[in-house]
Ligand binder design. Structure first.
Ligand code: PGA
Ligand code: ZN
Length: 423
């Protein structure tokens, strides 16, 4: 049973404060989990509690959330069994008592929820993916490597937030990671040769200013070929447009022009006709449900359409999306919803309704690797956790290498089967 829980402030990859929680069990098991933080956050995400005290960390301190763990949560959870994850997460929801987790803060709740799961795994002497996923967890996800960053994650003029490569043709996760890393390095050379910036964005991808968004796909195609791989066979593309960021008053301001949802959908249709794109995330704004329905009707048979800001890992919003057929996949971010139980519920709801799931990091990350284990535990087949560079991104990919080793002959790489057949 739980003997103690303690939270402290640490820094995330952007140099902003976040929460780390430690859990100690009676049997001596000990665990630690840290909480990530987004920049292009959805309006419907659970609330990340910040101190708003301008004299500390530009108002981004998390001391209140830490106090909530140390003063309001600990006493309620001490004595509970760490393996009773659902009861523990339910207790957190009860203490909080708000629909958006604004009383305790979703950051406080998530830190506790994940650290409890890790302690229970430790106590059961099981790797986390096995403890959460059970004996059949064996599928290694396709890494969606974000090698060119734009939008809110870069200082460039590129509107689309993430240009990802998915090495679907690789035989193993380890090989997929190698193909991705080699392409990343090739892209650096391609950019250099063209006199473009090789500075990095928040998720470790390059962040050059370009003439048009589509130029990014041309540059990446050149890089894939230069690295010795074949676009469309070995490596395919995925985008996160994060369109909420450039949507207001019913219009999308894209490449300097005002566009309707229909305009954007035509643009995507053209793009997927020209490039092997298997997945587009947040092609439209978080409030544009009708646009999403149209997008899914038109392109959902060809590609994966992923709701991030639209669903915010929230089972209720996902239910609406399933009913309306407003997408065909769910982006899964533990801190959007705030507990492990609700995250797993969202994944289950998605899978039961024929939606695929992509496990995801945030643009502000830590060395915590929980999502790598969650990707294998849920068998979701896809994970996006940034470029194959910078330790807060690579920590997750490295954890997946360890899991693949541990599974040995039982490991299976999801590969192309993770996506709808493209084109
Ligand atoms: P965020 O970006 O963590 O800044 O929200 C990631 C995403 O939009 O998928
Ligand atoms: Zn997104």
């Amino acid at each position: 049973s739980i003997e103690n829980i303690a939270a402290r402030q640490i820094l995330d990859s952007r140099g902003n404060p976040t929460i780390e929680v430690e859990v100690l069990l009676e049997d001596g098991s000990h665990s630690r989990a840290a909480v990530p933080s987004g920049a292009s956050t959805g309006a419907f995400e659970a609330l990340e509690l910040r101190d708003e005290d301008p004299s500390r960390y530009l108002g981004k301190g998390v001391q209140t959330a830490i106090d909530n763990v140390n003063e309001r949560i600990v006493d309620e959870l001490v004595g509970m069994e760490a393996s009773e994850q659902r009861l523990i997460d339910q207790r957190l929801l009860d203490i909080d008592g708000t629909p958006d987790k604004s009383s305790l803060g979703a950051n406080a709740m998530l830190g506790v929820s994940l650290a409890v799961a890790r302690a229970a795994a430790e106590s059961a002497d099981l790797p986390l993916f096995r403890y959460i996923g059970g004996p059949n967890a064996h599928v290694l996800p396709v890494p969606m490597l974000n090698i060119l960053n734009g939008g809110a994650h870069a200082d460039s003029n590129v509107d689309i937030q993430e240009f990802m490569i998915a090495p679907v043709g690789a035989p193993t996760f380890a090989e997929a990671l190698r193909w991705g890393a080699e392409t990343y390095h090739a892209l650096k050379s391609v950019l250099k040769k063209k006199g473009l910036s090789t500075g990095l964005g928040d998720e470790g991808g390059f962040a050059p200013s370009l003439g048009a968004n589509a130029d990014a796909l041309e540059l990446i195609t050149t890089a894939i070929e230069a690295a010795g791989f074949q676009p469309g066979r070995d490596i395919v593309f995925a985008l996160d447009v994060a369109a909420t960021e450039f949507h207001s008053d019913g219009t999308y301001t894209f490449e300097g022009e005002k566009k309707s949802a229909e305009d954007m959908i035509s643009y995507y249709a053209e793009m997927i006709g020209q490039h092997p794109i298997v997945s587009i995330e947040d092609p439209l704004s978080e409030n544009d449900w009708d646009g999403w329905v149209e997008m899914t009707a038109e392109l959902g048979g060809k590609i994966q359409i992923v709701g991030d800001d639209l669903f915010v890992t929230n089972p209720e919003r996902l239910r609406r999306g399933v009913d309306m057929q407003a997408a065909n996949a769910l982006l899964v971010k533990v801190n959007q919803i705030g507990t492990l139980t609700e995250t797993l519920d969202a994944v289950e709801l998605a899978h039961r309704n024929g939606f695929r799931c992509m496990m995801s990091h945030r643009s502000g990350e830590t060395e915590d690797t929980t999502i790598a284990d969650l990707a294998v535990a849920t068998g979701c087949g896809q994970i996006k956790t940034g470029a194959p560079a910078r330790s807060e991104r690579v920590a997750k990919y490295n954890q997946l290498l360890r899991i693949e080793d541990e599974l040995d002959d039982a490991a299976r790489y999801a590969g192309a089967g993770a996506f709808p057949k493209y084109r």
